[in-house]
Design a protein around this ligand. Structure first.
Ligand code: NDP
Length: 247
């Protein structure tokens, strides 16, 4: 999908919510979506980082974004419902939702996974994604063709020793996407996953501290797949899990 060339106006007039929009791949996706005409809703837990992305978008001439400060670790169904109502009141619909925020947790043997660690990773990577999607579906259904993109990983397709908690959370992500895609066949909503592959971010450095970051693709280099799934050229794509990089 990295060969995809998006037209400059691919996302003109679209309202797109990006989680984890303050850093890494999410921040780049927000800047890139805005550059292609979208109005972005920037959700994340560190307000200063969201404000920086906001400033970048405005300085580049993009449509003024909205900021939603929310820590998925403590977020409840009622937070998601309030957010959905606010988006409905302010914009009348939601055209795109990029579930990007995740945590890695600590890599450890499966038998040593701590209860608190397990619960925190599941709360952020799985519960947050599921309950936010549930709350936003009625707002997404107001759009003519809405796209929901989940973020998976190669360990969400094949388990890997010592990656237990994160890997299980990404298997759950793939499962949620497939279930929703099947339920919404032939409807105005589509659900797909993106696997970014090894990308130069804080999370990757946490997972592979000895690796030279210069050997990795940057978030900007993997944006074609993010654009493709958010734009109307992928209207007929539903239930797919796409790779940004060759395996
Ligand atoms: P980063 O750690 O660089 O960025 C993650 C973003 O999510 C940050 O902005 C972070 O906020 C936000 N976030 C984390 N926890 C929460 C929370 N509790 N509430 C709200 N926001 C939160 O990760 P990447 O950019 O590398 O990863 C993006 C996605 O891509 C993830 O889903 C990851 O699993 C996936 N992925 C990444 C790969 C890679 O090589 N980089 C490979 C495969 C998959 P803050 O800035 O405040 O920390």
């Amino acid at each position: 999908m990295n060969a995809y060339h998006a037209p400059e106006n691919l996302l003109a007039g679209k309202i797109i919510l990006i989680t984890g929009a303050g850093d890494g791949i999410g921040a780049e996706a927000a800047r890139c979506y805005a550059k292609h005409g979208a109005t972005c809703i920037l959700l994340g837990r560190t307000v200063s980082k969201l404000e920086k992305v906001y400033d970048d978008i405005v300085a580049a001439g993009g449509s003024e974004p909205a900021i939603v400060p929310l820590d998925l670790k403590g977020a409840t169904v009622s937070h998601y419902q309030q957010m959905a109502q606010t988006i409905l009141d302010q914009f009348g619909r939601l055209d795109g939702l990029l579930h990007n925020a995740s945590v890695l947790g600590h890599l450890s043997a499966f038998k040593d996974i701590g209860e608190d660690e397990w619960r925190d990773v599941m709360q952020i990577n799985v519960n947050g994604t599921i309950f936010m999607t549930q709350a936003l579906i009625p707002v997404l259904e107001k759009a003519p063709h809405a796209s929901v993109v989940f973020t998976t990983s190669s360990v969400g397709r094949k388990g890997r020793a010592f990656w237990g908690t994160y890997a299980v959370s990404k298997f759950a992500t793939e499962g949620a996407m497939q279930t929703l895609a099947d339920e919404y066949q032939n409807k105005s909503l589509r659900f797909n996953c993106i696997n970014p592959g090894g990308t130069r971010t804080n999370m990757r450095a946490q997972a592979f501290p000895a690796e030279d970051p210069a050997t990795l693709k940057t978030p900007a280099e993997i944006m074609p797949t993010y654009l493709y799934l958010m734009g109307d050229e992928s209207i007929d794509v539903n239930g797919e899990s796409l790779d940004c990089q060759p395996k």
